[in-house]
Design a protein around this ligand. Structure first.
Ligand SMILES: Cc1ncc(COP(=O)(O)O)c(C=O)c1O
Length: 374
C-alpha cells in the first residue's frame, strides 16, 4: 500500500531548505502527501510536534543521545491525528460522506474529531474495555459510537460486513493509504528536526504497525530524494506481554503469524493480535536489523514513572518504549554509542479513570443492524 510520488517533481517544487518557511503542521510536506488539491486539506493543526532531548536520562543511562518525540501534543492527544488528517483529506477529495473505524480508542476519537471538522458522519467501533474518557470524546465529537463484544479485529470484521449496505468508507488500519501516509510525516519530521540525519534506533509502540510502515516509507523516499544518506535506523517494535505476535514471529525466524490464543494484555493501542500487515512489519524489522520486544505491565508502569522524572507525562504506549529501551540496554543491544528516539504516541490523561458512558454493545454486524434498526 505504498503511494508512489514523482520525486523529481517533488524535488523541483520543494527544495529542502525552503521547508523552514513552511507552516508548523505536517502539511509542510504537502508535496509528499496524496492530496491533489491543497484546498481539500483537513487540518486541526497536527504534526510538527516537539522532539525533546533528555539530557538527564542520557547521563544516567550512559547513552550518547536520547530524544522523545512528543506525539501526545497532537490535536486529539495522540499521533492518530496525523493519519486521519490525511485519510479524511483524501476522503473529502473523493466526496465521501460516511466514515467508519475499528479502534482500540485513540484512532476512534481522532476519526470522530476530523469527521466532525469535515462535516462527515462518523461510525466508531471500540472494544468494551476501551478507556471511558476516550469513549466520551467520541460521543462529544458527535460520532455514532458502539462497543463490541470482542477485540479490534472483530470490530473491523463488523465494518467489513456492513460497509456496502451502510455506505461506510472503512478507514481501519491499512484499509486505505491515507493513514499510513499521514503517519509518514513522523519520519519526515524526525529527519528534519535532526538536521537531515537519522538516529541509530527508533523505539515505537506497535499495534497495527502503520506508524512503522509510514516511517519506513518516509525514510526511503527521503533517501531517494537525496535529502538523507546512510543506513536506516534500527526499528524496535514494542508490544505488551500477552499480545506479542511480532515478537513471537520474529523469534520463530519464519513468516508472520497472528496471535493464536486470546490476547491477555491491557486495553491500549498495543493490543492488536492480528495486525493486518504483520509480514511487512517483520520485513522492516529484519531489513533494518531491528527487533521486537514484549514488556510487562509493571515495566510500563515503571516507564511512566521514569519518563515522569524527566518531566515527560506518557501514555502506557509511550512508556512501553522506555521499558523496551531499558531492557535492550541491559541486554547490550543498545549501546553507549547509540542515538535513540522514543515515541510517546498519546497522552497519559486519556487513561485516567472515568465513568464508562452508556453506549450500545454489539456482537457483530447483524446485531448492530438489529439494534440500530438500520
Ligand atoms: C497511543 C497509541 N500508540 C501506539 C499505537 C499503535 O500504533 P500503530 O497502529 O501505528 O502500530 C496505538 C494504536 O491504537 C495507539 O493508540
Amino acid at each position: 500500500m505504498r503511494v508512489e510520488y514523482d520525486l523529481e517533481r517533488v524535488a523541483a517544487l520543494l527544495p529542502r531548505d525552503e521547508l523552514r518557511y513552511r507552516e508548523s503542521t505536517m502539511w509542510r510536506y504537502a508535496e509528499l502527501l496524496p492530496v491533489a488539491d491543497p484546498r481539500h486539506i483537513l487540518s486541526l493543526g497536527e504534526g510538527w510536534t516537539p522532539l525533546v532531548r533528555l539530557y538527564g536520562a542520557e547521563r544516567m543511562m550512559k547513552l550518547r543521545k536520547l530524544w522523545v518525540k512528543r506525539e501526545e501534543q497532537n490535536p486529539t492527544g495522540s499521533f492518530k491525528a496525523r493519519g486521519f488528517s490525511c485519510a479524511l483529506t483524501i476522503a473529502r477529495e473523493a466526496g465521501i460522506r460516511k466514515v467508519a473505524v475499528n479502534s482500540n480508542g485513540n484512532a476512534g476519537s481522532a476519526l470522530a474529531a476530523y469527521a466532525a471538522h469535515a462535516g462527515m458522519e462518523a461510525y466508531v467501533f471500540l472494544p468494551q474495555d476501551c478507556p471511558g474518557l476516550i469513549v466520551r470524546e467520541c460521543l462529544d465529537y458527535g460520532a455514532h459510537t458502539c462497543l463490541i463484544d470482542g477485540l479490534i479485529h472483530n470490530a473491523g470484521q463488523l465494518i467489513a460486513e456492513g460497509k456496502e449496505e451502510q455506505g461506510w468508507h472503512h478507514v481501519g488500519t491499512l484499509r486505505e493509504h491515507g493513514r499510513a501516509e499521514g503517519k509518514k510525516t513522523m519520519g519526515l519530521e524526525l529527519a528534519e528536526q535532526l538536521g537531515w540525519r537519522l538516529p541509530d534506533v527508533i523505539i515505537y509502540p506497535t499495534g497495527g504497525g502503520s506508524g512503522i510502515i509510514g516511517m519506513w516509507n518516509a525514510f526511503t523516499q527521503l533517501r531517494e530524494l537525496g535529502w538523507i544518506e546512510g543506513e536506516l535506523p534500527r526499528f524496535v517494535c514494542v508490544q505488551e506481554e500477552g499480545c506479542d505476535p511480532l515478537v513471537r514471529s520474529l523469534a520463530s525466524g519464519g513468516q508472520f503469524r497472528p496471535l493464536q490464543e486470546e490476547a491477555g494484555s491491557s486495553p491500549t493501542g498495543l493490543r492488536v493480535p492480528h495486525p493486518p500487515d504483520g509480514e511487512a512489519l517483520l520485513a522492516i524489522i529484519r531489513e533494518t536489523s531491528g527487533t521486537a520486544v514484549a514488556v510487562s505491565r509493571e515495566e510500563i508502569r515503571e516507564g511512566q514513572r521514569a519518563l515522569g522524572r524527566q518531566g515527560i507525562s506518557s501514555s502506557p504506549e509511550g512508556a512501553a518504549t522506555w521499558a523496551a529501551m531499558t531492557r535492550l540496554m541491559d541486554e547490550g543491544w543498545i549501546g553507549r554509542q547509540d542515538e535513540v528516539v522514543l515515541f510517546n504516541t498519546s497522552h497519559a490523561m486519556k487513561y485516567v479513570e472515568h465513568p464508562a458512558p452508556r453506549v450500545p454493545v454489539v456482537k457483530d454486524y447483524a446485531d448492530w443492524r438489529r439494534l440500530m434498526r438500520k
